[in-house]
Design a protein around this ligand. Sequence first.
Ligand code: SAH
Length: 239
Amino acid sequence: MRITVLTLFPEMYENFLQTSVFGRAISRGLVSVDFVQIRDFAPGNYKHVDDTPYGGGAGMVMKCQPVIDALNSIRTDASHVVLTSANGIPYTQKKARELSQKEHLVILCGHYEGMDARIETFTDEQVSIGDYVLSGGELASMVIMDSVVRLLKGAIRDESISEESYENGLLEYPQYTHPAEYAGMQVPEVLLSGNHAKIREYRLRESLRLTKERRPDLLEKRVLSDEEIRLLKETEEDD
Ligand code: SAH
């Protein structure tokens, strides 16, 4: 997979690209990343990429021409263009999975007060990483890149992914590692039992319990199996 980021601040990505899962994915050849400096496409000596908003108001708005010229410099038929935007559709694991199938993912990062609204029409979709405002799209693009690249085959172990939060519409069960007792708190007995059927059931029950407590909206969206209905009842009886 190829990822191209259009940004005014490519230097923000240096450590990110070298570190951990992402760094490994690059060295294994699963993904290549390149950058387009939007400012390179701004005319004149001053290289202005932004201007004051029509209708008045605070701040500066990124202009169409440099952004669209930057986009056209790398866009091919295989490109899928994502605009980071506080106004976008909420980004989810499902979207990460969808984007991980793309041959060429292009991510457009705004800055200042955002972009001229006409830029939207040159993109395939607008994505928000949460209900808050960032000062630039760079961190949002890193969130998207990180969540997409770890889904590429060979980036991390397949089993690590299938059990994770959101993958099956539930939050992940709690995890523990050594020692079995810490600060007076014990690791749940069942996890030490070696009984795989019991462990599986315990984990599913805890997933359901956590999801119900913290993200009831996820539970409402999901069709539960008979086993899940039974386990959810058990957690209610525990309370
Ligand atoms: N004035 C805009 C915010 C602009 S923030 C508004 O009120 O909606 C500047 C840039 O940061 C945006 O162009 C976008 O690229 C990025 N950004 C800000 N918040 C974001 C979010 N929640 N998700 C994704 N990108 C975001």
